[in-house]
Design a protein around this ligand. Structure first.
Ligand SMILES: Nc1ncnc2c1ncn2[C@@H]1O[C@H](COP(=O)(O)OP(=O)(O)OP(=O)(O)O)[C@@H](O)[C@H]1O
Length: 314
């Protein structure tokens, strides 16, 4: 079995593109078995990532030395979402740097269900420009009753707190969203409640100016509670929640343990911003579900943009 001529030509082009740009890696997205020896030869010298969902294919890929294999969830998703998933996974698993440049090979033009899927597209993705680790889709996976626009606003807020923390004013934070009644019962005020006396509109975190105010409040000690509609209810609270049974890797302190614990004991989703690294971790049901590294650029909520090198169809 040798590679179809078009696949071989695109692989050659990918290798040339990696050298010319230069790019950090090639990502190959395929569910069709290929002549892997030939793939290896064509992409010699390139860091190679392979993403697939077919278990048998994944198994055979794992047997090859030096290739990074990414499992895709078995969801019938559009190609762009599958690509985003693969790249997000590579970044969150620290296999790719958030600012990496990646040459991607995939089937971008839907083929018939039962036909082998040909590689027909080569794209260049500059991760730092196009995503900050998350897409709306990742948030949807949390499967919570909290509306997407509220979750997005909290992500914006948390990542900005983390990013600005890196610029010389380190601020950590815990932001708990949803189930405010139960979360509130475990919260003790450490100070006066800075949101007291303000209207709902003035506390609606979907508004940019409100988020700016909350960033200031986040510099004060304690957690921030936000209801499922995005209205900030309380800040400067201490979460008095038992942490036994919460299983986090060594090295996490009380902020992360409390964030994980509150998400275990309630239906609230806890966003924890690390003061030291600026990393935002999203806890649900006591477990870390998502992680967002602070990048230099503002958070961008848009699908990945594809850029074809000149002269290549795709
Ligand atoms: N239960 C809690 N409720 C509210 N704030 C808390 C709670 N536990 C810790 N914090 C806040 O987190 C701060 C940092 O604590 P600690 O260093 O133990 O956390 P950490 O998990 O290592 O996080 P970081 O990476 O931000 O240092 C504390 O000074 C306190 O302000």
């Amino acid at each position: 079995m040798s590679l179809p001529m078009q696949t071989a030509a695109l692989m050659q082009a990918a290798r040339d593109t990696v050298r010319a740009l230069p790019a950090d890696a090639v990502l190959l997205l395929t569910e069709t078995p290929l002549d892997w020896d030939e793939v290896s030869e064509k992409l010699l010298g390139c860091r190679l990532f392979l993403a697939a969902e077919n278990p048998a294919l994944l198994k055979s890929l794992r047997e090859r030395d030096g290739w990074t294999v990414i499992d895709l969830p078995p969801d019938p998703l559009p190609t762009q979402d599958r690509l985003s998933n693969a790249l997000l996974r590579a970044v969150t698993e620290e296999k790719l740097k958030p600012g990496a440049h990646v040459v991607v090979l995939y089937n971008g033009i839907t083929s018939l269900d039962d036909a082998p899927e040909p590689i027909d597209t080569l794209s260049v993705i500059h991760l730092g420009e196009h995503l900050e680790k998350m897409t709306s889709q990742d948030l949807r996976k949390l499967g919570t009753g909290v509306p997407q626009d509220v979750l997005k606003a909290v992500v914006e807020l948390a990542t900005e707190i983390g990013r600005e923390g890196r610029e010389g004013h380190p601020t950590g934070a815990i932001i708990v969203v949803g189930d405010t009644r139960k979360v509130g019962a475990m919260a003790k005020f450490r100070n006066f409640n800075p949101f007291r006396g303000y209207t709902k509109k003035e506390r609606d975190i979907r508004q940019r100016d409100v988020r700016e105010q909350i960033k200031e409040i986040a510099k004060l000690d304690g957690a921030i509670l936000i209801d499922r509609d995005g209205i900030a209810e309380a800040a400067c609270v201490y979460l008095d929640v038992p942490t036994e049974g919460v299983d986090l890797p060594k090295g996490f302190g009380s902020r992360h343990l409390s964030a994980a614990a509150i998400s275990k004991k309630t239906k609230g989703i806890a966003f924890c911003v690390s003061q030291s690294s600026g990393t935002v971790r999203v806890f649900q049901g006591g477990e870390e579900k998502l992680r967002i590294e602070p990048l230099d650029r503002p958070h961008v909520w848009q699908p990945l943009k594809f850029e074809n090198p000149e002269g290549l169809d795709g």
